[in-house]
Design a protein around this ligand. Structure first.
Ligand code: ASP
Length: 313
């Protein structure tokens, strides 16, 4: 029997103890993942998840999230949600209280309201400042109409949206990945994000797309992604990692192979993955940067930093 544990990306490090405590008391992997992701969503200092996430081109924060239950392969996801901070919890409600898997935009917000979630302001002073700086530093140099919302249409007509997307620095996006195994051997993976900073309104990344940014299965393990979501969508990266493990690769080799798949696209932007197998082996990999992830089991006092691998070829 594997000792219950929880792992996460760097932005979850300081909150993993919340999930660990749930697991230590015999709680479920689902509860541990949800509570840990909620803490990251509520953290105003994180500019890539929940409260304080950098807004889209129009200055509006739109959040994406998904959660998966590895015992039943049930899953729930929401995308392009405005004015609700704990989108992982809305995703869980989609999984448990609706016949659906994915709700988007206004429909997801209506569902959240029906489920009793409270609306909240997602912009913070910090994210407003970043947005303003973007407008001042780049957009209005390209076109003075950027000061008005109508600029988007003109922009698309006159400029190349791909070029705009390529200008977005890798520093301006991020996501939280948290995944856990409980004392029943049940696994869960959760992903929450505000997506690419200054994204086109309605743009949806890999995080709420099951199989792309998130996947788990008790019989095999779990995997999730951060990075340029379009790439993980094209390659179904999270599901692919789980499939590679199912077909005999070790978790490390499955992650490395999936990052090689990303590199073979020869596209702009990087990808990062985090995974574990059913034996509790963990690994992470990145196409662009030093890869680390954080681990706590029910006996840990502090999160343990674990090295992954950078896969450039
Ligand atoms: N994967 C997220 C997205 O594409 C963003 C990120 O992780 O940086 O929406």
């Amino acid at each position: 029997m594997v000792k219950p544990f929880i792992i996460g990306t760097v932005n979850a490090r300081d909150f993993l103890h919340i999930g660990k405590e749930i697991l230590r008391r015999g709680g479920s992997a689902l509860d541990a993942v949800e509570a840990t992701v909620n803490a990251v969503e509520n953290n105003p200092m994180d500019t890539s998840v929940g409260l304080g996430g950098i807004p889209n081109m129009l200055g509006v924060v739109q959040l994406d999230a998904s959660i998966m239950d590895g015992r039943t392969l049930k899953t729930g996801a929401v995308a392009a949600v405005e004015n609700y901070v704990n989108v992982i919890s809305i995703a869980r409600k989609v999984m448990e209280n609706s016949p659906h898997v994915l709700l988007v935009g206004k429909g997801a917000e209506l569902f959240a309201e029906m489920m009793g979630f409270k609306k909240s302001e997602l912009l913070t002073e910090k994210s407003r400042t970043i947005y303003k700086a973007f407008l001042e530093d780049s957009l209005d140099k390209l076109d003075e109409r950027f000061s008005e919302k109508g600029y988007i249409i003109d922009y698309i007509k006159n400029f190349d949206l791909r070029e705009w997307y390529s200008k977005l620095a890798d520093d301006y996006h991020g996501t939280v990945n948290v995944m856990a195994m409980d004392d029943r051997g049940d696994v869960c993976s959760g992903v929450s994000t505000s997506g690419t900073a200054l994204k086109f309104p309605g743009r949806v990344g890999d995080s709420p797309i099951i199989g792309a940014g998130n996947y788990c299965d008790n019989r095999v393990g779990a995997a999730a992604c951060t990075g340029r979501g379009e790439l993980a969508i094209r390659l179904s990266t999270a599901r692919t990692i789980v499939s590679y493990m199912d077909n005999g690769l070790k978790v490390k080799d499955a992650c490395i192979k999936a990052m090689r798949d990303i590199n073979s696209l020869k596209e702009l932007g990087g990808m990062n993955c985090l995974a574990f197998d059913k034996h509790g082996e963990t690994f992470s990999a990145s196409t662009t940067r030093v890869s680390v992830h954080y681990y706590m089991d029910v006996d840990s006092d502090e999160p343990e930093e674990r090295q992954g691998e950078t896969v450039r070829d």
